[in-house]
Design a protein around this ligand. Sequence first.
Ligand SMILES: [Zn+2]
Length: 229
Amino acid sequence: MSAPVPRLSPSVEDYLKAVFALTRRDEAAATSALAESLGVQPSSVTGMVKRLAGDGLLEHVPYRGVSLTDRGRHEALRILRRHRVLETYLTERLGFAWDDVHDEAERLEHAASDRLIEAMADALGDPSHDPHGAPIPTASGEIEPMDFPSLAQCVPGERVTVRAVPDEHGDELRAMEARGLRPGVRVTIQEWGHGDGPVTIRVGGDGAPTTTVSVDLARRILVAQGDEP
Ligand SMILES: [Zn+2]
């Protein structure tokens, strides 16, 4: 083991996490997209990006924005591990509801030591996914790819299994909970609404009642198609 790595500041950690999320499908994160996801002005992003590039955490992709260096990616995965282990511990061991853990984890991820996180992961039996279905990076920095299609990419009649749901909004999670929509549940697409109208789905087996979700939410629910578990 090398000497302990000095901790990054909470705002640096949030930048790295945001770039990681934005570059999951794209090569680079544009400054404007980064500003939007962090809820800050584009002008303040420019300065921070310069600083993080100077620190070897980000690199510029000409005309496209920024991407993480290997070191930046490693740090982003450490923060994601902290976040997701915390969410899992809060729900499994402390009785928090799944709609009530994201904001706690957003705060604690910057404060919890790696030692505390590893003790929590140990106590949980080293979980592979958080309560919302997102993969937990390993302590050595590997993460299962999340290249699943969204519910919005499915066609009527198709049967799929929910793999992950968005976790940022408590009200959305409560609405999904009320519909029985959680990771591992089977869903059949019944019909698409007109234009951007809601999608009608059946949650559970053939006799289960139908319900609707907005197209916006359907785009953010990841599913496994066919008979994949
Ligand atoms: Zn979360």
